[in-house]
Design a protein around this ligand. Structure first.
Ligand code: ATP
Length: 288
């Protein structure tokens, strides 16, 4: 069993929003980006994974164990960023650290001090009075000091300055270095996805639309301009969009599409590889 996250048929109903049913896995040693427009359900997924919220249907296994049954044990292995400490605003960051570290036998105070310096944080500051970016950085530091095996990061760098964003990316890349640890990262920052993540999962309106290997984007996704298009192309499994004026096709498998066009005797006039930004935008727009 090599999955650190295994979600099957997960559903959560709110009055005006339904998440799921969602099935997804995160394999040990991989980093997965969870992307989606505002309100698509990303934070809801994180809260369900951490058992902060209870699902209406489906199952969640973390490290092969049931989160509801083994919550305390499993949380020792997880680091989380996601506005968890808002209710503790009257504590200083240092007091909050004492509270958090109490729960983790593996807490490393030297690492905490190192990261405080690295991110220029004065931990005598009241958490509630800290800036948005400082709160995120403090939460990020808290998530890393007990040597977690899995990081669940809900927009860790939102509101964080550019220098600290770069440091966060570096810290996440070194977190992944030994191949034993994993990350699920919700972010709107494409550079973070490019540098840290192996796979991308696109969530829209509570549904997981698409999951793909980041490297596939560079190898296979393209926009192809052609002399004409036929209705049959719309049915092709690797055709994601057909435009008429001018005739063009978006594909997630260029070599296969080229063969298909060849057999239909449709000439290609121009081909352009899609960037990761374009792929994500395309997936989100077609399901908006
Ligand atoms: N407690 C709640 N009661 C009712 N609806 C809720 C509740 N929490 C979240 N929602 C709704 O669930 C939907 C998904 O919210 P969620 O915070 O998971 O989205 P998100 O993808 O994290 O958004 P963002 O990118 O803006 O952070 C939204 O429509 C939101 O209004």
């Amino acid at each position: 069993m090599n999955n650190v996250i295994d979600v099957v048929g997960l559903m959560k109903h709110y009055k005006k929003f339904t998440l799921g049913p969602i099935d997804f896995q995160v394999e040990k040693g991989t980093a997965v980006a969870l992307v989606g427009t505002n309100g698509s359900g990303k934070s809801t997924v994180f809260r369900l994974l951490l058992n902060i919220l209870q699902s209406d249907e489906g199952s969640i296994q973390l490290f092969g164990e049931n989160m509801v049954e083994k919550e305390t044990e499993l949380k020792q292995k997880i680091g989380y960023v996601g506005d968890l400490y808002e209710q503790f605003g009257h504590f200083t960051i240092k007091e909050l650290k004492s509270l958090v570290s109490y729960w983790y036998p593996s807490w490393d105070d030297e690492r905490y001090s190192y990261l405080l310096k690295r991110y220029n944080i004065d931990d005598s500051e009241k958490f509630g009075k800290s800036s948005k970016g400082t709160k995120k950085k403090a939460e990020f530091i808290f998530s890393l000091c007990h040597d977690p095996k899995l990081l669940l990061l809900d927009e860790p760098s939102a509101g964080v300055d550019i220098v600290s964003q770069r440091k966060m990316k570096e810290d996440l890349m070194s977190f992944m270095e030994d191949g034993e640890r994993s990350i699920l990262l919700a972010t709107h920052i494409v550079d973070e996805i490019k540098q840290v993540c192996d796979y991308i999962a696109v969530l829209e309106k509570g549904k997981l639309l698409y999951s793909f290997d980041k490297d596939e984007v560079y190898e296979k996704w393209a926009r192809v301009w052609v002399v004409n298009v036929t209705d049959t192309l719309l049915e092709h499994p690797n055709v994601l969009m057909v435009g008429r004026t001018p005739p063009q096709i978006v594909t997630n498998n260029l070599p296969t599409l080229e063969n298909e066009l060849n057999s239909l005797d449709i000439a290609i006039t121009h081909t352009q590889r899609l960037t990761l930004e374009e792929v994500i935008e395309h997936l989100q727009q077609t399901h908006a």
